[in-house]
Ligand binder design. Structure first.
Ligand code: 4AD
Ligand code: MG
Length: 472
């Protein structure tokens, strides 16, 4: 009963993930965590304690001969506890071991009248409104552990292949990529903007002496790294100010962008395929408890789908062939499909889920719907783009071989009216020691979406940023 007994303070804490090891049975242990549930009768109370280290709870048994009802009154759902006691094999169903409490301390109470997670079974929509507390649910615990494991797998994958981790700037002065609308960054007084003679905002008075914004991609700077270090990858936040309220778009998301000198489009596709398979496999090898929980709760097919992706060779075909398949399918799409159209998620998913029944890498898109830097094909119409399309997700990776020829790149920049003053440093990669090179971008949350089987991208990032939503 002694709340802060000296013995309690001396004893080393065991994380719940480590408590299920057989050699601890019969030993005194000390555990800390948050109460998930409490139930019982006049003789004994059972508390399910979770410390976030695993989806599993440890059952704590309070014998009411040792503890009075009153002593236990603050042990309610959401409160935090430190318990010491003996670890014993459990008689009850559902757990292998339990702790018979000898002493405990409540770190912090959680008023049952007010704690929003008092009851189970909240909808994901409701949990988005309490994003500050939702990490304490089983679902978000599982998703966030898988997310963390995938981030580690990504660094491991590139590190094992000799890639260097390059940090590219988040604040940028050019919107060369054209990947999306940008968030402006300024310290100008918005209520009193300095103006030039012709009435425009005078950005020369701004913090950087020019107009700046948050980056939509680290690629262009990534190319500077790749043409020096050989092979790099970036892994950082990316910002897009489109007003797209879909289950697959965030205004702030994380992107992984490898960029490799001396890689052509085929090398690029091989790397992308190996990379995704490695990450999915890593989750299967290291996150099975969480994946099984998510499969059971939301998506019974999840684990099969993950295994399938790891085992299957991805289909590789050109945009032109893909469009022909879609046109000849007889399927009624919401958006029309024709050569030159930007493919919608419904088209991508049709190819992957209905037609081929495995991931597809689509290449050689019309140059009009792709970025200026992609390598032009001899046909004059298409570029060496590659998008990796996934079941349930649609586009998960976008990339290309890059145009390495200075004159062709220069001409394309002019054609598209991109200000040359923004491009001089980028063009220098093609002026000095230009090399064939390639790269791609993987949307991290789209990968987490795929691996966890969740259906809304807002549920795989701790604090989602979407139009009209930046509360937490
Ligand atoms: O296809 P995107 O726009 O490609 C680029 O930005 C290139 N610079 C990548 C490169 O070649 N280095 O974006 C790449 C990926 C998409 O395939 C998608 O997975 C993800 O980033 N993505 C988003 N994820 C969440 N929310 C958004 N608004 C996203 N926009 C793109
Ligand atoms: Mg894309």
């Amino acid at each position: 009963m002694a709340p802060a007994g000296s013995r309690m303070q001396e004893m080393k804490r065991t994380k719940i993930i480590d408590i299920f090891s057989p050699e601890l049975i019969g030993k005194e242990v000390s555990v800390m965590g948050w109460v998930r549930t409490r139930r019982g009768n006049k003789h004994v109370q059972f508390v399910a304690l979770n410390d976030g280290s695993t989806i599993k709870n440890i059952q704590i048994v309070f014998d009411l001969e040792k503890f009075s009802d009153d002593a236990l009154r603050n042990i309610t759902t959401g409160s935090s506890l430190h318990v010491t006691g003996r670890l014993v094999e459990s008689m009850g169903k559902g757990q292998s071991v339990e702790v018979q409490a000898d002493s405990f301390e409540v770190f912090g109470t959680a008023d049952p009248e007010k704690y929003p997670l008092q009851k189970k079974g909240h909808t994901l929509e409701f949990l988005r409104e309490i994003a500050h507390l939702r990490p304490r649910t089983n679902t978000f615990g599982a998703v966030l552990r898988v997310r963390s494991a995938l981030a580690f797998a990504i660094h491991k994958f590139f590190n094992e292949r000799g890639f260097f981790y390059l940090n590219t700037p988040l604040i940028t002065a050019s919107d060369c990529e054209g990947a999306g609308a940008m968030f402006q960054v300024t310290t100008l007084d918005l209520n009193n903007l300095p103006k030039t003679e012709d009435g425009k905002v005078d950005f020369s008075a701004d913090f950087f002496g020019k107009s700046t914004a948050l980056t939509v991609s680290g690629q262009l700077e990534g190319e500077l790294g790749a043409t020096a270090l050989g092979a790099i990858y970036t892994f950082g936040p990316t910002f897009r100010a489109e007003n797209s309220n879909t289950p697959r778009h965030l205004s702030e998301f994380w992107m992984i962008e490898p960029e490799m000198a001396f890689y052509d489009i085929t090398d690029n596709m091989d790397l992308a395929e190996d990379f995704i398979k490695y990450c999915v496999n890593y989750a299967l090898d290291n996150c099975m408890d969480d994946l099984e929980f998510l499969a059971q709760m939301y998506d019974p097919e999840l684990i099969n789908r993950l295994r399938h992706v790891v085992e299957e060779k991805f289909v590789r075909l050109t945009y032109t062939e893909g469009v022909r398949i879609l046109e000849e399918s007889g399927h009624k799409f919401e958006f029309p499909v024709y050569w030159g159209a930007d493919l919608q998620s419904e088209h991508e998913r049709f190819l992957v889920e209905e037609h081929f029944k495995r991931p597809v890498i689509l290449t050689d898109y019309p140059k009009e719907i792709k970025a200026f830097y992609m390598k032009q094909n001899p046909d004059g119409k298409t570029v060496r783009a590659m998008d990796v399309l996934f079941p349930k997700i649609g586009e998960i990776i976008g990339g290309s071989e890059r145009e390495a020829d200075y004159d062709k790149l220069y001409t394309r920049i002019e054609e598209l009216g991109i200000p040359m003053k923004d491009m001089w440093w980028y063009l220098d990669t093609r002026r000095f020691g230009s090399v064939p090179h390639s790269g791609f971008g993987l949307g991290f949350e789209r990968l987490v979406l795929f691996v966890t089987g969740m259906t809304n991208i807002r549920d795989v990032i701790p604090f989602p940023r979407t139009p009209n939503n930046a509360e937490f």
